[in-house]
Design a protein around this ligand. Structure first.
Ligand SMILES: CC(C)(COP(=O)(O)OP(=O)(O)OC[C@H]1O[C@@H](n2cnc3c(N)ncnc32)[C@H](O)[C@@H]1OP(=O)(O)O)[C@@H](O)C(=O)NCCC(=O)NCCS
Length: 242
């Protein structure tokens, strides 16, 4: 298996995008800040766009950005969206980064459970060290949390198995690589839309205003039919690798 970056093999980008589309709930891909910053992230941080390729096919994909952070929990970026905005703004203002922030890792659905995510994270960590970034953080989106949308992330973060590792498989992967939990990241990813948008993205009907449990969502989705507005503010979990 080869590790390449988008700058080395841009033609793999389309395949990598297909892997991403399959791996994520539709509404996550509608995050407006993520979409409005994508082109600049690709242009500014090509070396942190890592793809694992086997026989010409993309098996896994990881994306990260570089930003400045002083190591304090209170000064962490405001989650996924905040890290994107900070990284892009700082780059445009020539602020020297010292921290890699891993934004997303996606493994092709027929290749999960084989340790590929760990390889992607390791490749990104190595690139961070090589570039002189001495901290590595990640706003983790634990997939199991979607089964507990009413539970605060601060409580979920403490749920361990008998072997001491976390109940959530994605947090476990980070733990096995030596990462530790820092703090919940409230409003990490904020996705607004019309009621029709939300019905399309979720395949559900929202006949009245209220808070809804949505498959794949870590928190509740708030629907306001009178204002024709739906809002999802997702809490993630900050973890630190280096
Ligand atoms: C989360 C993800 C990146 C993990 O990648 P991976 O390469 O399969 O991870 P690993 O091989 O290290 O597996 C780690 C553990 O997760 C388990 N696992 C993998 N995929 C799983 C799934 N879909 N459901 C439940 N458990 C799963 C593995 O069995 C392993 O369990 P163990 O700790 O008991 O040994 C991958 O499932 C994925 O791409 N998901 C969709 C996108 C996503 O949610 N990304 C994470 C947010 S950035």
């Amino acid at each position: 298996m080869k590790t390449v970056t988008s700058s080395e093999q841009p033609e793999l980008q389309q395949q990598a995008r297909a892997v991403l589309r399959d791996g994520w709930p539709a509404f996550v891909l509608r995050d407006p800040l993520s979409n409005s910053h994508r082109d600049r992230v690709t242009a500014y941080f090509p070396e942190y766009d890592v793809t694992l390729v086997e026989d010409g096919e993309v098996m896994a994909d990881g994306r990260a950005v570089a930003l400045r952070w002083d190591g304090g929990t209170a000064t962490l970026p405001e989650g996924y969206d905040g890290a994107l905005v900070d990284a892009v703004t700082e780059h445009e203002n020539s602020v020297r980064p010292d921290t890699l922030c891993i934004m997303a890792v996606t493994v092709r659905s027929d290749r999960t459970g084989g340790g590929l995510a760990g390889k992607v994270i390791t490749a990104l960590r190595e690139r961070a060290v090589a570039a002189g970034l001495h901290r590595v953080i990640v706003p983790v989106r634990p997939p199991l949390k979607a089964q507990y949308p009413l539970m605060p992330m601060a409580d979920f973060a403490r749920w361990k198995r008998a072997d001491g590792l976390h109940l959530d498989h994605w947090i476990r992967t980070h733990e096995r690589l030596g990462a530790t939990v820092l703090a919940p990241a409230p409003r990490s990813m904020v996705v607004p839309g019309t009621v029709a948008n939300w019905e399309k993205w979720t395949g559900m009907a929202f006949p009245q205003s209220g808070q809804y449990v949505v498959p794949g969502a870590l928190d509740l989705v708030t629907i306001d039919c009178e204002r024709d507005h739906g809002l999802y503010a997702e809490t993630n979990l900050w973890m630190r690798h280096l």
